[in-house]
Design a protein around this ligand. Sequence first.
Ligand code: NDP
Length: 283
Amino acid sequence: MTARILDGNVLAQKLRADFKNRAEALAARGTRPGLAVILVGEDAASQVYVRNKVNACAQAGFHSEKIVYPPDVEPRLVLDRIAELNADPKINGILVQLPLPRHFDSDAVLKAIAPEKDVDGFHAENVGALMQGNPRFIPCTPYGVMKFLADAGIDPKGQEAVVLGRSNIVGKPMAMLLMQASATVTICHSQTRDLLFHTRRADILVAALGRARFVTAEMVKPGAVVIDVGINRLPDGRLCGDVDFGPVSEVASAITPVPGGVGPMTITMLLANTLEAAEREVR
Ligand code: NDP
């Protein structure tokens, strides 16, 4: 079997064209979706992510503000700026690029963002709402995965779904969304005994470990849908996912590539969350 490739760039383009139209409809009513992105420090990957987010806003016709602080900034200054953005009517979404430098209390920073503007969906209030099945904002990466499945006509209902990874930003919300879509969900992590037993049962396998090419063909049930969230840099500088793409695509029925899979969808769903926040404001 050769798997169908789920192309994140194609789906992202389709969704972003719709967002642009919706942003224009809002503009006709005198408002524009607005995103503020806060970057602390000079981490190279974070700089790229922030630039991509700001560019994506511009292409979709959104207002955006990039706020950059040196790595040794006093946390109080960042918290004060967040308070200003919370009260700024031009801003519908506030995002703090993680990770923050060590002298920051990341939880306190995420908590300082008004839940109505928490487009990453990391605020405890929004995590709780998601858990209750009544989400205000869905964290962007798992939101993108659910869009992938819907677009490809893959219904999780009744399926065995296995999520590799239990982080707050990917694994846990991913498992919650799959469960709410009526899959039977197993969450695996670094202490899981007999990973192979679990992965080989999966109809839908989501890999979010941060381990290059960890998921091999023997770990995958023939015909499974394999979603690769991982982004890893190989010694030669190339990017690769958590899935050994070539051999696994001979076994799976559908698979996302890296790059060009979940990555473009993550930024797209950030736009979706910002747009939805703006639309809620004018409703
Ligand atoms: P974390 O490091 O926070 O979490 C990794 C998870 O994988 C942990 O729960 C860990 O278990 C588990 N894990 C690690 N090694 C193993 C193992 N050998 N067997 C089983 N489980 C294991 O990472 P994130 O969730 O933040 O990110 C995961 C990956 O996704 C990374 O590559 C990241 O770059 C990528 N990513 C991609 C995005 C995109 O847009 N495509 C967005 C966000 C992340 P334990 O809890 O026990 O330590």
